[in-house]
Design a protein around this ligand. Structure first.
Ligand code: SF4
Length: 431
């Protein structure tokens, strides 16, 4: 029997696992990380089976549903639309039972969590002509495979190419997850020691680097012993001062963090403590997009990390129909701050293939920031940023040089360094 620190008890768990498909599962099993992994819904056939078990036969009228989905009245129509959406999607399907239990299956057409993980054919919008699969040109700024070096003092260490869930809007859809009908994922990053070794060597020989983001894929899928190896190896490099382990686990499978014997959580906490003793830092960068994702399990897990001294920061992606209104975004930011998760960034959606229905115009992030800045304590207010297509890096969204709202084209100037000229990058609103 797995053990777990439940603290606040099971009182709301029943509501969370009321789905018919798991009605016979007891709470402790549901919360067990191994059970979550073993029962993760992967691939279109398993998803279709799940949907037939979870959805009502007739889809209830949903006043919040987008116009393009209002014709879907039955479970059969919904499942067929999902299968059509999957055939056009750049990301394969993988969703934890935890996340499946957060979705409101009586409102599948508008549910903000469903929108992030399960595509529907009827909402598909043609890609913008300026859009590229590797939107941020990560492969073009990698001195060795899996290490992205775009900023002067910071690099991205892509340790794995798998995640506990696959988000439809993933920036790294060119490499993360299994191949889809649309994307072959030839450039995936397997967790091989030889590849990592070349990445360590580059970091050791590049003294300007002080910050390393350990990501992938998702840091949750770095085996615990490898997480320890990577953090120890990086902390031992004198010029590396800060490490950020990127994982959506706190949002999508948080019960793992509450399991006392879980080795991954222990590796993270130990690395954080070791770093502090060295005057350095190892933090967790996580990814909540909607208040519904802040379940009681995530709150308890965040509290445990807080008590253990692990700094947790959040990076939200602005998504149409998910969090693109002031009220939702403000609620999310307050919830994060109240759970000692630093609201670090809100990102303008990247120009990623296959998810134009989720992208908002730049004006939306500007408007949301206008309402939020000043209404929440400064230290709990995130930076509203845009990661410039083509590898220009992050800029404050409001720092555009030009923005023509009629054409939807904005420009940002990135100052040159080391004698190179300033460079202009463009962002294009959805058409
Ligand atoms: S968890 Fe992160 S890396 Fe994985 S699919 Fe989602 S956005 Fe991409």
């Amino acid at each position: 029997m797995p053990s777990i620190c439940l603290g606040l008890s099971y009182r709301s768990l029943r509501a969370q696992i009321k789905l018919a498909v798991w009605k016979d599962i007891n709470e402790v099993d549901f919360l067990d990380y191994n059970w979550q992994v073993a029962n993760t819904i992967q691939g279109k056939d398993k998803l279709a089976r799940f949907l037939y078990a979870a959805l009502p036969e007739d889809i209830p009228y949903d006043e919040d549903a987008p116009e393009s989905l209002r014709h879907i009245r039955t479970r059969d129509m919904f499942v067929q639309d999902v299968l059509g959406g999957i055939s056009l999607a750049p990301m394969s399907i993988r969703i934890t039972p935890h996340i499946m239990s957060v979705i409101d299956w009586n409102k599948p057409l508008s549910d903000p969590v469903r929108r992030q993980f399960i595509p529907l054919r009827s909402t598909f919008v043609e890609d913008h002509p300026k859009l590229q699969l590797d939107s941020l040109n990560e492969t073009g700024t990698s001195p060795t495979p899996g290490l992205v070096h775009r900023y002067h003092d910071k690099a991205l260490f892509l340790a794995v190419s798998v995640c506990p869930v696959y988000c439809r809007f993933c920036t790294r859809s060119y490499s993360v997850g299994g191949p889809t009908e649309e994307v072959s994922k030839k450039s995936a990053f397997p967790p091989t020691r030889r590849r990592w070794e070349r990445m360590f060597e580059y970091i050791e020989q590049t003294p300007q680097l002080s910050d390393i983001v350990v990501s992938g894929g998702d840091g949750y899928y770095i085996p615990p012993e490898h997480l320890t190896t990577i953090t120890e190896r990086l902390l031992a490099i004198p010029h590396i001062r800060r490490i950020q382990v990127a994982s959506k686990g706190l949002a999508v499978c948080p019960s793992r963090i509450l399991t006392p014997e879980d080795e991954w959580t222990k590796a993270l906490i130990d690395a954080s403590k070791t770093a502090k003793q060295m005057g350095k830092s190892v933090a967790l960068h996580t990814h909540f997009n909607h208040p519904a994702e802040m379940t009681w399990v995530s709150r308890l897990a965040a509290q445990k990390l807080y008590e253990e001294g692990v700094t947790v920061r959040n990076q939200t992606v602005l998504l149409r129909g998910v969090n693109d209104d002031v009220k939702t975004m403000k609620t999310l930011i307050r919830m994060l701050a109240d759970n000692n998760i630093i609201p670090y960034y809100v990102y303008q959606g990247d120009m990623v293939s296959g998810v134009e229905d989720l992208r908002t115009p730049l004006s939306t992030i500007l408007e949301i920031e206008r309402h939020i800045r000043g209404s929440i304590a400064g230290f709990a207010t995130p930076n509203f940023v845009i990661d410039l297509p083509g590898g220009g890096g992050k800029r404050l969204a409001a720092s555009y040089e030009t923005y023509d709202r009629s054409t939807g084209v904005s420009t940002y100037v990135v100052p040159g360094s080391g004698g190179s000229k300033d460079k202009v990058y463009e962002y294009h609103d959805p058409l």
